[in-house]
Design a binder for this molecule. Structure first.
Ligand code: VGL
Ligand code: ZN
Length: 202
């Protein structure tokens, strides 16, 4: 059984948003069309409290996009984004959300960031996504959404760790930084993941 996992298609990651991914809104028509090819569609939402430790403004003398050591883990400091229950955390209004059976929220613990839809960045706490998908009989997961080298990429890597087949649709994602996305694609391929074009399904 194959599932489509739509990562973080939220207003704050769209052009004009707090942590805009260039061209993030351009993938919406493809992400909508793609859903018809899957029996199960799941989404994730970045869902931070205001005091989240990934926000530069919650640290003294730190700038946005600076990398710090946070409890032993490298953490990029982001602009404030995806605050729980705000418009910025909502899905883009053009995203077809009618087929999404479950939404897994992440980044709710103020002390640690969570790029992957499966685990926090220290791999200490699971979201329950693995058990949910295995309970539905899912063996292969296909990924789209934002941002390619962060929440999408780390979700793909964790899916492989959890024993799923994992495929990234590289035309149905967009990166914050192209060079970082190239590195992430290499890591995915080395771990046994696949990279495909969603458009090839049509
Ligand atoms: C994301 C940075 C911070 C993402 C979330 O969805 O890729 N990136 N929070
Ligand atoms: Zn975030």
């Amino acid at each position: 059984m194959k599932a489509l996992l739509i990562i973080d298609m939220q207003n704050d990651f769209m052009p004009g948003g707090a942590l805009a991914v260039p061209g993030g809104d351009q993938i919406i028509p493809l992400v909508n069309k793609l859903q018809d090819k899957f029996d199960l569609v799941i989404a994730t939402q970045d869902w931070h409290p205001e005091n989240h430790s990934s926000f530069a403004e919650n640290h003294h003398n730190k700038k946005e996009f600076e990398v710090i050591d946070l409890n032993g883990i490298k953490q990029t400091l982001w602009p404030v984004h995806c605050i729980q229950t705000t418009d910025g955390a909502d899905f883009h209004p053009h995203l077809n959300a009618g087929r999404i059976e479950a939404i897994f929220r992440k980044g709710t613990n103020a002390k640690i960031d969570s790029y992957s839809g499966f685990y926090d960045n220290a791999h200490q706490k699971a979201t329950g996504l693995t058990g949910y998908l295995k309970g539905k009989g899912v063996t292969s997961i296909y990924f789209c959404g934002l941002a390619a080298e962060y929440c999408v990429g780390f979700s793909v890597l964790d899916a492989l760790t959890e024993g799923f087949k994992a495929t990234l649709f590289e035309d149905a994602t967009r990166a914050l930084n192209e060079a970082d996305f190239e590195q992430m694609k290499q890591r995915i391929l080395e771990k046994g993941g696949r990279i495909r074009l969603a458009e090839d399904l049509f």
